[in-house]
Design a protein around this ligand. Structure first.
Ligand code: HEM
Length: 508
């Protein structure tokens, strides 16, 4: 009897699973061959590839289709390949896709109330409040901090090449971006470049570290937020959360008590906290300490600066690392970059000003080409927030459906970029006829949820690249051959080279 009941249960479960895995078929959307329990995500769950390559492989198999239905374990996801459809989802049809679908609970998980994760009206209000923080006026104000930190990095490179044949650049760049964000976002004068035990660096590593619990936490955050909520997982480990909130709370208290003003984001956050808005023309970066109504709570400030830290340090250091890696592989391109830097700096009497940086157009093209080949955030995600009919079809996408775009796949697709494995900065030059850059290129996303830190990310990477390339040249070590691509880490969310990036660095 018991056996019969068990057999009926198993049969019922199988029918349910088969029915479930035909979700897309029933809607007239082409799909792959999902299998239980991982759906189309076996490569990731079996730790063969990280998220970037898992999605890029799905893209490679389906790129002839404008969209395809996949299953993230049991969750149906619309996987969009057509660049025009991507643009429509991000911009024109934004009212149907304004959220990322991440789990937010500001009470029990305070750091989850950050701009990246928030949805709906809360996101809209927060975005409007934070946008003035990233204007060119504010960025110019931060330039001195960036140059300061880049100079520390340059000195460290000089020290290391005296004793090492090759340098692992990824780690050093991550330390630089950690110090920059610690300084501009938290107002802390950090030095993780010279201090191996720096607490900030340790916290940054912890957020993305590849142990089972962190991988599970990140995977649930992005892919199955309902389960994350059910299990009571918070966005980050408790010690990271405590560290970040205490730091913000102490900094705010210290500044308010001592009337300290500094040209950084924390100052702007304090303005937001006290007056509810940042005045763009406010050259004084004034703090209205007389206000009694606090417009942002300490936890809200902590959540925003936390996301600036997380979103800003790993992405920009990945951009810098892959950029020098590509320059090392392509010495003729590196020579052109060196020439441009030398000539522009000499035009500005050796000073690295905002204007001098803007004049380094070829370097900018190299950075854009790096973001094409190696997009640090290798996929975009949205949740359908209002039932959507795919234009010119009868396909209906239900509210609550996840939508994903593989940037790594799309940026390396020969349909959009000729010889996609080649590093060709000219694709992005303003006088290039083909103008490939407009076609299918979204390294910072798009539409109203475009990366808010785009210009800061580019600026901090460019300052460090110029500071280093003005003094050093990079080449491949013996273990690398020019055509070899760097193997990527499995079980990661972002694009991370498996063994860092080892390069030979010499004084010019
Ligand atoms: C090279 C560096 C960077 C890259 C490649 C990058 C890439 C991205 C991408 C792809 C998104 C998602 C956009 C979308 O879904 O449409 C994003 C969002 C975001 N990024 Fe960046 N990012 C970089 C640097 C930064 C920096 C320096 C900061 C802050 C200091 C930052 C803060 C954010 C935030 C807060 C969001 C969420 C915006 C929103 O939902 O309104 N990013 N970034």
């Amino acid at each position: 009897m018991l056996f019969l009941a068990f057999a009926i249960f198993v049969l019922f479960a199988i029918i349910q699973i088969v029915y479930h895995f035909r979700y897309w078929m029933r809607r007239g959307v082409p799909q792959l061959r999902p299998s239980f329990p991982f759906g189309d995500f076996g490569e990731f769950f079996r730790q063969k590839h990280g998220i970037p390559m898992t999605y890029a492989n799905i893209y490679a198999r389906t790129r002839h289709l404008p969209y395809v239905g996949i299953y993230l374990s049991m969750r149906p996801v619309l996987f969009v390949n057509d660049p025009q459809m991507v643009k429509d989802i991000l911009s024109r049809d934004f009212e149907h896709f304004h959220d990322r679908g991440l789990h937010v609970n500001e009470e029990t998980d305070p750091l989850s109330g950050n701009l990246f994760s928030l949805g709906g009206v809360k996101w809209k209000n927060m975005r409007a409040k934070l946008t003035p923080t990233f204007t060119s006026g504010c960025l110019k104000g931060m330039l001195a901090i960036l140059i300061d930190k880049a100079t520390v990095l340059q000195k460290q490179f000089a020290k290391e090449i005296a004793t090492h044949n090759t340098i692992e650049v990824k780690d050093l760049f991550a330390r630089y971006t950690t110090d920059v964000i610690a300084s501009v976002a938290y107002g802390i004068d950090n030095d993780s470049i010279n201090n191996d035990h720096d607490l900030f660096r340790q916290m940054g590593i912890k957020v993305f570290q590849q142990d089972f619990k962190t991988s599970l936490r990140l995977a649930l955050t992005f892919f199955i937020p309902k389960i994350k909520a059910l299990l009571g997982f918070s966005l980050v480990a408790k010690d990271v959360e405590d560290f970040m909130i205490n730091l913000v709370s102490k900094t705010i208290e210290h500044r308010e008590r001592n009337g300290i003003q500094r040209k950084d984001m924390m100052q702007l956050m304090l303005q937001l906290r006290n007056s509810g808005s940042v005045s763009i023309n406010d050259q004084q970066w004034n703090l209205d300490s007389s206000a009694t109504v606090k417009n942002l709570t300490i936890n809200q400030v902590a959540a925003q600066v936390f996301v600036f830290f997380v979103a800003g340090y790993e992405t920009s250091s990945t951009l810098m690392s892959f950029c020098v890696w590509e320059l090392a592989r392509n010495p003729e391109i590196q020579v052109k970059v060196h020439q441009e830097i030398d000539s522009v700096l000499s035009n500005y009497g050796g000073a690295l000003t905002y204007e001098a940086l803007a004049d380094m157009e070829y370097l900018e093209c190299c950075m854009e080409e790096t973001l094409r080949k190696h997009p640090p955030v290798s996929f975009l995600n949205r949740e359908c927030t209002k039932t959507y009919r795919i234009p010119e079809t009868d396909v209906i996408i239900d509210k609550g459906t996840a939508v994903v775009v593989s940037l790594l796949g799309m940026h390396r697709d020969p349909q959009h970029f000729t010889q996609p494995t080649e590093f060709k900065p000219e694709r992005f030059s303003s006088d290039e006829q083909s103008n490939e850059s407009n076609k299918a290129y979204f390294p910072f996303g798009g539409g109203p949820r475009l990366c808010i830190g785009m210009r800061l990310g580019m600026l901090q990477a460019k300052v460090a690249l110029v500071t280093l390339l003005a003094k050093f040249e990079f080449s491949l070590g013996k273990e690398h051959v020019k055509d070899m691509e760097l193997p990527l880490k499995a079980n990661t969310l972002l694009l991370v080279p498996q063994d860092g990036i080892q390069l030979v660095v010499k004084k010019r």
